[in-house]
Design a protein around this ligand. Structure first.
Ligand SMILES: [Zn+2]
Length: 109
């Protein structure tokens, strides 16, 4: 997975503030594009933050394979449990962080 950030999805700007590992914000003051994963930090935080920032609108239905459609339908119930995409993204981040900690603890045994 590339750690490179895509341009701002709102204005296309490439001048991004990444000084905090839990957020990315567009430096274009007329834009204000930002993601903030709250108090989530630690192992893998930057990768998850970047993945969230790089997430883009879904492809048109024509571009979806049947397999992708089924996977998307299965995930919809889970996604619907969250008020916003940001909440969903933060929950995914928490799960990944927990898995990282769990794997580290397991591998140390
Ligand atoms: Zn922007």
């Amino acid at each position: 997975m590339s750690d490179e950030l895509k341009p701002c999805p709102f204005c296309g700007g490439t001048d991004l503030d990444t000084r905090y590992e839990n957020s990315v914000s567009c430096k274009n003051l007329d834009c204000g594009g930002e993601i903030n994963l709250g108090h989530h930090c630690g192992p893998g935080a930057i990768k998850v933050r970047n993945a969230c920032w790089n997430a883009r609108p879904e492809p048109s239905t024509d571009e979806l394979t049947e397999e992708m459609r089924k996977a998307g339908a299965d995930m919809l119930d889970v996604a619907d449990m969250f008020e916003s995409s940001e909440d969903l993204c933060a929950a995914i981040y928490k799960s990944m962080n927990a898995a990282i900690h769990y794997r580290r603890a397991r591998d140390e045994d």
